[in-house]
Write a new protein. Structure first.
Length: 255
C-alpha cells in the first residue's frame, strides 16, 4: 500500500522569512522519526529558496500556484519550471480561493499540463459551493474533474493528487458548516468512480485527500472513516503543535 500524505497549505503566511524558517524548522524537528507517511508543505514562493537550505528529508516543498508558460512577457507570473528550479516538487492548483478570483477549469487544465511537464506533482482542488437536496453537487465536482484533467495522459496519473475541499466547509466561507467523514467518504467514492471512468485501472495511482478546515481534532476521523489517502491542511499547518499532531495521528494510523 502506498504511503498516506499530509500536505500543509500556508496560503499567504507567515509575514516574514524568519517566521517561515522557525515554523518549517519546528515541524522538521518534531517529525524526524516519521517513516510511514509523506509530508509536504506548500509555501509562498518567496520562501522557497530559504527553506531549501534547511536540511530535512522528512518534508518536501510545494508551491500554491503556477503559470502555464516557461518564460516570457508575463509580468508577475511564475512558471512550473521556475518553481522546480527553486526545488518545489508539488503545486496546489484550482484552490477555491483561486477560483473565486476568476480562475476557471480551462485555466487550471493548462496549469496542470504545464506543471506536469515541468516535473511538478499537481494537487488539484475540487469541491462544491453547497450541498443541494437534488444532489447536483456531484455533477459540479464531476465537471471540475473532467474539465481540469482533459487531455491529461494516463501515464501521468501517478503524479496527480486530488484534494476534495467542500467550499461550504472552509473557514473563510460565510455561515460555514462542519463537514463529516461521511461527507468525505461519499465524495471520495464518487471521485474515484469519475477517475476510473476516465483513466481506467491507471486511476488507482491517484491519491485523494480531504481538506476543508481539517484540524488536529477531526484529523483522525477523516483519516479513518473519510475514505481518503491523506489530508490537505490549511490554518492548522501554521501551528507547529497542531500540524505535528495531525502528522503523528496519520503516522499512528498507517500500517
Amino acid at each position: 500500500m502506498s504511503k498516506k500524505i499530509i500536505i500543509g497549505n500556508w496560503k499567504m503566511n507567515p509575514l516574514t522569512g524568519k517566521e517561515a524558517e522557525r515554523l518549517f524548522s519546528g515541524v522538521a524537528k518534531e517529525i524526524s522519526r516519521i517513516k510511514k507517511i509523506d509530508v509536504v508543505i506548500c509555501v509562498p514562493n518567496i520562501f522557497l529558496d530559504k527553506l531549501t537550505e534547511i536540511r530535512t528529508s522528512k518534508i518536501k516543498l510545494g508551491a500554491q500556484n503556477a503559470f502555464i508558460g516557461e518564460t516570457g512577457a508575463f509580468t508577475g507570473e511564475i512558471s512550473g519550471e521556475m518553481l522546480y528550479e527553486a526545488r518545489a516538487r508539488y503545486v496546489i492548483l484550482g484552490h477555491s480561493e483561486r477560483r473565486e478570483m476568476g480562475e476557471g477549469n480551462a485555466d487550471i487544465n493548462q496549469k496542470i499540463k504545464a506543471s506536469l511537464s515541468a516535473g511538478l506533482r499537481p494537487i488539484l482542488c475540487v469541491g462544491e459551493n453547497l450541498r443541494d437536496e437534488n444532489h447536483g453537487y456531484f455533477n459540479s465536482v464531476k465537471i471540475q474533474l473532467e474539465e481540469c484533467l482533459a487531455g491529461v495522459s494516463k501515464n501521468s496519473t501517478s503524479k496527480i493528487i486530488i484534494a476534495y475541499e467542500p467550499v461550504w466547509a472552509i473557514s473563510t466561507t460565510p455561515n460555514r458548516k462542519d463537514a463529516t467523514a461521511d461527507d468525505s467518504r461519499e465524495m471520495s467514492i464518487f471521485i474515484r468512480k469519475v477517475l476510473s471512468d476516465k483513466f481506467g485501472k491507471d486511476s488507482s495511482h491517484i491519491k485523494i485527500l480531504y481538506g476543508g478546515s481539517v484540524n488536529e481534532k477531526d484529523a483522525s476521523e477523516f483519516l479513518e472513516n473519510g475514505g481518503v489517502d491523506g489530508l490537505l491542511v490549511g490554518k492548522a499547518s501554521l501551528s507547529v503543535k497542531k500540524f505535528v499532531e495531525i502528522i503523528k495521528t496519520c503516522e499512528g494510523l498507517s500500517k
